[in-house]
Design a protein. Structure first.
Length: 94
C-alpha cells in the first residue's frame, strides 16, 4: 500500500498477526529520491489501542524504497490472528 503523508499527519492501520512470538516489524519507505528533514514516530498499539512500543526515526536517514526495521524491546506472545494497530506520524522541520 502506498501513502503520501504530510507534516503532522497520522496514518493508522490494523494488522493481523499470526500465532507465535512477535519481535518486530519491517516497513518499506519511499522517499522518491528526496532527502527529507524531520522525525517519524511509529507506534505499535494492542487491540484496545494501548501503546505497546514506540520508535522515533530521523527521516533524513531513510533510503528510497528500503525497509526500516523496528524491533520490540521484549517479544510478545501472539494468539492466532490477533489484531494490533500500526500508527505512523510524521513531523517535518520547517
Amino acid at each position: 500500500m502506498k501513502i503520501k503523508m504530510c507534516n503532522d499527519e497520522t496514518y493508522k492501520q490494523e494488522i493481523e498477526l499470526q500465532k507465535g512470538l512477535f519481535s518486530g516489524i519491517a516497513i518499506q519507505f519511499g522517499t522518491y529520491g528526496k532527502v527529507n528533514d524531520g522525525e517519524l514516530e511509529v507506534e505499535l498499539l494492542d487491540n484496545k489501542e494501548k501503546k505497546v512500543e514506540s520508535w522515533k526515526l530521523d527521516v533524513s536517514k531513510l533510503e528510497d524504497n528500503a525497509f526500516q526495521y523496528f524491533y520490540l524491546e521484549k517479544k510478545i506472545k501472539i494468539k492466532n490472528r490477533e489484531k494490533y494497530y500500526l500508527q505512523i506520524r510524521e513531523k517535518y522541520s520547517d
